[in-house]
Design a protein around this ligand. Structure first.
Ligand SMILES: [Fe+2]
Length: 203
């Protein structure tokens, strides 16, 4: 994901990092700041709008993820400032810069939200790994920070995916390209599982 607006000029650099490398790192971190800010708002939105069976489990599962990701945003913003950059945290700048659409699910079932969140986490984690790849040789301290955050995000992603996995280990959302597709696909296996259970009982 590229930032559409130019990153503000840096006033200083930490010792041992060139101006050019510092700009590269700060630009990558600003991208993560937008992604984390978007993610913790989306997770809270899902926390508020999940309904139906498994409501309380999913509702309560999401709040610690909101808090953790909000903490990641704070750590990233302060790393940008430490590197001499200017962290941008305003909603308008986020919307102007992001390359992804707004979260597509409103009030809906737990499975629908979990299906959509599978894709949301996939996007954030893929971009994090890309950042790790790009900045690893420039600044191992920033790399270490993003690696730690990515490990936690991957665990949260597993919490989501565990609800979408069948007993053969397949994800209901496999092949889905959009949040709407993923949400719809996540609802389907329940129907399939019910039919299979009936057939098994008769034979
Ligand atoms: Fe709440």
């Amino acid at each position: 994901m590229a930032i559409k607006k130019k990153t503000p000029a840096q006033t200083f650099h930490v010792p041992g990092i060139s101006a050019e490398d510092s700009t590269t790192i700060v630009t990558a971190l600003q991208d993560r700041l937008f992604a984390y800010t978007d993610l913790h708002l989306v997770l809270k939105h899902a926390h508020w709008n999940v309904v139906g069976a498994n409501f309380i489990g999913v509702h309560e599962m999401l709040d610690p993820q909101v808090e953790a990701v909000r903490g990641f945003a704070d750590v990233v913003a302060e790393r940008i400032a430490t590197l001499g950059g200017t962290p941008i945290g305003t909603p308008g700048a986020l919307v102007a810069a992001r390359s992804w659409d707004d979260y597509a699910i409103g009030k809906d079932t737990a499975q629908a939200h979990l299906g959509a969140l599978d894709l949301v986490y996939t996007g954030v984690i893929e971009d994090n790994r890309s950042v790790i790849e790009r900045i690893g040789d420039l600044d191992p301290i920033t790399e270490d920070m993003v690696i730690g955050q990515t490990g936690d995000l991957e665990q949260f992603h597993w919490f989501v995916r565990a609800h979408l996995e069948n007993n053969g280990g397949q994800l209901a959302t496999r092949g889905a390209q959009t949040e709407i597709q993923a949400a719809n696909a996540a609802r389907e296996p329940q129907k399939g599982a019910a039919k299979k259970a009936v057939r098994t009982k008769k034979s």
